[in-house]
Ligand binder design. Structure first.
Ligand SMILES: *[C@@H]1O[C@H](CO)[C@@H](O)[C@H](O)[C@H]1NC(C)=O
Ligand SMILES: *[C@@H]1O[C@H](CO)[C@@H](O)[C@H](O)[C@H]1NC(C)=O
Length: 383
């Protein structure tokens, strides 16, 4: 397994007798820039640096294998290097399509930027050159078939076993341990305050200001419980958001609402989801074909989800009114929060749906799709 230096390795893989981990070197700071202008220069140099270190890791740092599986994105330079090295080492290449790198780049540079055009061409050409394909949604599999002419096996992401529903006793101890004050923990346990949780990398494809404005618009409403919103994650736009929250708090615009920005370890995050009342997802799909992993994890703990739903694949993941609710703008979100936070029955219906969803785990999905169709076709039952 070849891993980015900033990715966290799942604990179950650490020290596993079948897993060897090779870490890639960190990209030098001079090549990491958020400036749109410098990006045109530093971007290609960073890609070159990554290409060379990845080629070294795949060519020398690891033993040849029968299969190589890469997640896309990142497409640049991974698809090219993986394709080249897998040819050289007689390895079969599987691309696990989660999204399109160019659609994310387009968010930064604009759809018509030449770098976006080039990276789209690159991704289509090299992606299609892989031997097998896994797609994160059915819609993505269909797109790959019609637009790249490749057959992909849809494989839904499922939560790891870290994400589990909590018993009431466990919930209270998690609340006491992870929330900023014991008062909040007690109020949430008693139901006079609701715990809303979201996670983000603070990237431009997630607009947390929609949530902030929705909360602001319901802050003065009567008959609503208090709200504690915990947003966990690090990223470029976090401090800007924090300053906005602070100024709203200072002017009394967030009465009865407390917002904390946190960064939790993986197990603490899983525990917090299990203890929350409602998960919030602001992922706005760049391709319309991907799925937010955070919703998968929320379902793992039996947590119902309220999320931005204005893209094709939302309904592959969330069943409206059964395990979550979707919104397409600030006003719909505000209305949803009012409906759910003031109505215990409504939220319990969703929780039951999410609890059903929590039983669907990774091995169930993997064995019958990727396992049988891609890696061990001889196991597949004849249809
Ligand atoms: C509460 O939610 C349930 C289920 O969605 C709904 O049938 C009921 O009318 C709601 N009650 C109120 C007071 O809105
Ligand atoms: C999936 O397959 C593995 C390996 O064949 C097997 O050990 C495991 O029990 C299977 N799990 C499920 C849920 O089918």
């Amino acid at each position: 397994m070849v891993l980015n230096p900033d990715s966290e390795l799942h604990p179950s893989l650490r020290g596993h007798h079948l897993v060897q981990v090779t870490a890639l070197p960190t990209v030098p700071a001079v090549l990491q820039t958020n400036s749109r202008f410098l990006f045109v220069l530093a971007g290609p140099l960073k890609a070159l640096y990554q290409a060379l270190s990845l080629a070294y890791a795949l060519g020398y740092g690891t033993k040849p294998a029968k299969w190589m599986m890469v997640q896309n994105p990142p497409a640049i330079p991974v698809l090219a290097v993986a394709r080249l090295l897998s040819y050289m080492r007689n390895t079969r290449l599987v691309v696990d399509w989660h999204n399109f790198g160019w659609s994310i780049l387009a968010l930064k540079l604009g759809k018509r930027h030449p770098l976006v055009k080039i990276s789209e061409m690159y991704e289509r050409l090299l992606g299609a050159a892989a031997d097998k394909h896994i797609a994160v949604t059915k819609a993505m599999a269909t797109y790959l078939e019609t637009s790249l002419n490749v057959l992909a096996t849809p494989l839904y992401d499922r939560p790891t076993l870290d994400f589990q529903p909590l018993t009431n006793g466990a919930r209270i101890s998690v609340l006491r341990r992870l929330l900023p004050t014991k008062k909040y923990a007690d109020e949430i346990a008693a139901g006079s305050m609701r715990l809303l949780v979201s996670s983000t990398s603070w990237t431009p494809d997630e607009d947390f200001f929609i949530l902030l404005e929705a909360l602001q618009s319901i802050a003065t409403r009567r008959n609503l419980p208090k709200i504690l919103l915990v947003i966990t994650g690090k990223g470029p736009r976090r401090e800007f958001f924090r300053s906005r929250v602070e100024s709203l708090e200072a002017t009394g615009k967030l009465q009865n609402i407390k917002i904390t920005l946190d960064f939790l370890s993986f197990p603490d995050y899983a525990a917090l989801l299990g203890a929350a009342d409602l998960g919030i997802c602001l992922h706005q799909s760049t391709s319309g074909l991907d799925l937010p992993m955070k919703v998968v994890d929320m379902f793992g703990t039996g947590l119902p989800v309220v999320g931005w739903s204005d893209y094709e694949t939302w309904s592959e993941l969330v069943t409206e009114g059964v395990n979550g609710r979707g919104f397409r703008n600030r006003d719909e979100l505000a209305q949803l929060l009012i409906d759910l936070l003031s109505n215990q029955t409504a939220i319990e219906i969703l929780r039951n749906g999410a609890l059903k969803e929590s039983r669907r785990r990774w091995a169930d999905e993997w064995n019958i799709t990727a396992g049988d169709h891609i890696f061990f076709p001889e196991h597949a039952k004849s249809e």
